[in-house]
Structures are given as C-alpha cells and as structure tokens.
Ligand binder design. Structure first.
Ligand code: SF4
Length: 382
C-alpha cells in the first residue's frame, strides 16, 4: 500500500508503520495527559482516558480526497481494497508495541507525571481514525474482537462512502460517521469522493447507522463560509441516521489543507457554537450540552441519554464488555452519568482556557485522577 518514499515521510512525521497497511501515531492529547496538561474532548464527553488511548489506522488508503484533510493528495487512495491482508493479531500486537516504543521518552522525563506514564502502558481505548479509511480493512471485525477480548474499547471514524462495511461492522464502542456537507453538490466539492455513486452510498450509510445497537456519533466539520449553511439539511441527516451524539467541530487550518483553504475558513469557538445553534431548532430530540474549547467542538446528545434529569454520556466500560460477551450490546444500559462539571458552556466563548480552569472528577477510583483540565498544568493524580 505504501511506497518506500511514503513510509519514510510518515516515519519522519512520527508515525510507526505496522505491517504493510497499518500505522500508529501518538495523539497530542495522550502526550498532554501524561504531562499533566489536560485531556481530549472524548474524555470530557465520554470518559475516554486520553493517556491510555492508542491512535492508529488499519488502512492508509482512503476513498475520498477531502479538501479540509491535512493529508497530502499523494497519500494512497482507492475505492476498494487491493492489497495483501495482514493478520489482525499481528496488527494488534504490533500497534501496542509501537505505541509503547513511541512513549518510551516519557520514562523518567521530568515533564511527565510518573503515574500517568505508568498507566499509559495499559491501553484502554483504540481510536481507529488516524489516517485513511480503517473500515476498509477486510478483517476489521476480527480485529475489533481482539480489542474487546483485551478490554480495549473501540472508537472508529468512517467517511460516508462505505455503506456495506458499516452494515457488516460488529457492534463497537462508538461508531462515527463524518458528514461534511449539507447537500449532494457540496459533498462532491468538499469530499472529492472516488465513487461515482457517492450520494447513494452517503444515504445508505445514514440508514445503516440507524440500525446499530452500539453508540453512534456524527462528526460535522464546520468549514467557515463553505459548509456552514442549510442547517435543516444537517438536521435531516442526523434524524435519518438516528445517531446518539453529534459533534460539531471547527476545521483546523493545518497540514496540506493550508494549500487548499484559506485561514479564514477556520472558525473560532463562538462561530462553531453559533453554527450548532442554527441546527438546534430542527432537532427536538437532542440538546446542545457541552463544549471543549481547545478542540473547538460542541456536543449534541440525544435526550434518551438523560435519565431522571441526569445526562449519561459517559461509558460504563465494564458493562459494555459484559454486553459484548453476552451479545447484548445496548447503548443506553452501558452508559453512566457524565460528571456535572463537564457539562455546559462558559460565558466568554473565545476566552482561552487558562491553567487553573480545571474540572473535577470526584472520587474516580478507577483512574486515580482528581482533576482533569483542558489545558494547563492541573492534572493531578492521587
Ligand atoms: S480519543 Fe482521539 S483525541 Fe482523544 S486521546 Fe484518543 S486519539 Fe487523541
């Protein structure tokens, strides 16, 4: 899948290639958390411990060439799989090993919290989203099984071009669908799909998402002045896919996307909130409940995740793995209360989050964390 030049380039960018089509790169939030500088928005929204997260892909190849992607167009693209297939066990072991090697520099590093570093050796979540289209890997279901057997939760992000793969995918911890445009014409312009039947695939993907028993989420990347229009159309996609969560996130002007889009296309946090608020009136079954300012992202949650007035967007991982074992995955029953301090919006939307604006996870026995902040130096381990 990758040429020697591509491998060299990825390695230079701190990727580690695993086998012939998979790869690992340590997420910036994993490093931040080890250094006591706060966790990612998936910690805030769902309880994923950023320092115990493995960011990887099972396929560097993608079926789209999105204009907002930081990848270079020289990265491999293909409508379908046409390469040798690496063994899932080999990918799992190789990826965990690569992550450990990449984190070795934190051992004894004075910037790292020793306990956080120690915990990082025990991976608890895999984010299959790093690069390319991980769902294209023909043995993805076998790999998911292996992760679940090891009690590693699974988050997977897919574009809207793999309807059949979505249909055939096992229940995972949280399945994401990227939706980058409110209509057919813009979808073509923004995602540049290789498939000519891209609109049909997009609509089928929405329908198959609605059939999932595990948690589902829609990711809308807002590109200012380009796709921040027609809110009712986005609302219709949300309703049709019946996703549990919707994350509206600002486009980041980084990597190769800088050559395709102006910096003005990157919204600030208040603009992301305002755009989300235009979608809100069309979504009677959802509420806008949380934000993560450093990532310029806001969260809509479906009202069925509110039990007796308390939002339950966090994941009860033990229950999830029990349900996987018993083949009884149910998105509602393996949810647990979101710490109240993590919900809501700050008054001044664009004000930088300073070091001391931490939020509290009270008595978190499982992780030992007392405070977790968005930025700054407030992450404390007991
Ligand atoms: S869930 Fe995503 S953002 Fe958070 S630590 Fe893992 S890879 Fe990074």
């Amino acid at each position: 899948m990758l040429t020697p030049e591509a491998i060299a380039l990825f390695e230079k960018q701190q990727y580690r290639i695993v086998g012939s089509h998979s790869g690992v790169k340590v997420c910036g939030w994993t490093k931040n958390m080890i250094k006591g500088m706060g966790g990612c928005y998936k910690l805030k929204f769902y309880g994923i411990m950023s320092h115990q997260c493995l960011q990887m892909t099972t396929s560097f190849s993608c079926s789209n060439r999105c204009i907002f992607c930081w990848r270079d167009y020289k990265a491999p693209t293909s409508k379908e799989w046409k390469w040798a297939i690496d063994d899932p066990e080999f990918i799992l072991e190789g990826s965990l090993h690569a992550q450990k090697k990449l984190l070795e520099g934190f051992k004894g590093n004075e910037k790292a919290n020793p306990q956080a570093y120690k915990q990082s050796q025990d991976v608890k979540n895999v984010a299959l989203s790093l690069n390319g289209e991980p769902i294209q890997y023909p043995k993805i279901n076998e790999l998911i099984d292996l992760f679940h057997e090891r009690k590693i939760s699974t988050f997977l992000v897919t574009n809207s071009q793999h309807d059949k793969e979505i249909k055939n995918l096992k229940e995972i911890t949280q399945l994401y669908l990227s939706v980058d445009a409110p209509n057919k014409e813009l979808l073509k312009e923004i995602d540049r799909p290789l498939n000519s039947d891209y609109w049909e695939r997009f609509n089928n993907s929405l329908d198959y998402m609605a059939k999932k028993k595990g948690r589902t989420a829609m990711r809308i990347t807002m590109i200012k002045t380009l796709n921040d229009i027609e809110p009712e159309n986005y609302a219709n996609f949300i309703k049709r896919s019946d996703v549990d969560f919707v994350e509206v996130k600002g486009y980041m002007h980084v990597g190769a996307s800088q050559g395709r889009l102006n910096r003005d296309c990157m919204p600030d946090h208040s603009e992301v909130i305002n755009f989300a608020k235009t979608i809100s009136p069309f979504l009677e079954n959802y509420e806008l409940i949380a934000e993560h300012k450093p990532s310029r992202v806001v969260l809509f949650a479906k009202k069925s995740f509110k039990k007796e007035g308390i939002w339950n967007t966090w994941i009860d991982f033990d229950k999830f793995f029990d349900e996987v074992k018993n083949n009884s995955v149910n998105k509602i029953t393996h949810s647990k209360p979101t710490p109240e301090k993590l919900l809501g919006f700050t008054e001044n939307e664009n004000k930088r989050v300073e070091g001391r604006s931490s939020y509290l996870i009270e008595n978190d026995k499982e992780t030992g964390f007392k405070h977790i902040c968005e930025t700054g130096d407030e992450t404390n381990l007991e």
